[in-house]
Design a protein around this ligand. Structure first.
Ligand SMILES: [Mn+2]
Length: 197
């Protein structure tokens, strides 16, 4: 049974297509018009071993905000769709990833309930290319709202803004991979005593 999500979302501000295959090989085809954000989505696919297609055409003549936010919303929705009934998966995942001087610690519960806890160093450079660094939290908020997961992302230290953001996406990718992977000991078992996730 393939675990694939596909979401198309069109508003007056953006047109977004996201396709994700949770059991992929990390092959990505990403284009949002925001170079650094494309780089982060590539990290997500590669290190999550998700096949990921993202095509966003947004109102970049205003700024990159709607383009990034709406892509993150569609990504969360596609991820949730691909998870399906969550039977036989690990459910929880965590990963700590260093990138030179920066460190990201990510823990996720595919709980069905949206919750984000996010901390990162103060005083980061405001921009990485056209990417506004305050958007990282907004991406995570948007993803969590649609994917309906509990996500804790912490960067206890770091200096370079590119490193600080990139290590978060790498650790997020790997934590999502671990949580969504099939647990060979749990075939046919829903990882919840409540009977629903
Ligand atoms: Mn917004």
């Amino acid at each position: 049974m393939p675990r694939i999500g596909r979401v198309e979302r069109t508003t007056k501000e953006t047109s977004v297509l996201v396709e994700i295959d949770l059991d992929g090989t990390g092959r990505t085809d990403v284009s949002t018009g925001v170079g650094f954000f494309d780089h982060m989505l590539d990290q997500l696919g590669r290190h999550g071993l998700f096949d990921l297609t993202v095509k966003t055409e947004g109102d970049l003549h205003i700024d990159t905000h709607h383009t990034i936010e709406d892509t993150a919303l569609a990504l969360g929705a596609a991820f949730k769709q691909a998870l399906g009934d969550k039977v036989g998966i690990y459910r929880f995942g965590n990963c700590t990833v260093p990138l030179d001087e920066s460190l990201a610690q990510v823990t996720v519960d595919l709980s069905g309930r949206p919750y984000l806890v996010h901390t990162e160093p103060e005083g980061m450079a405001p921009m990485i290319g056209a990417y506004d660094t305050t958007m990282t939290r907004h991406i995570l908020e948007s993803f969590v709202a649609q994917a309906q997961v509990a996500l804790h992302v912490h960067v206890p230290y770091g200096r370079n803004a590119h490193h600080i953001v990139e290590c978060q996406f790498k650790a997020l990718a790997r934590a999502l991979r671990y949580a969504s992977e099939r647990d060979p000991r749990a075939e046919g078992i829903l990882p919840s005593t409540k009977g629903a996730l």
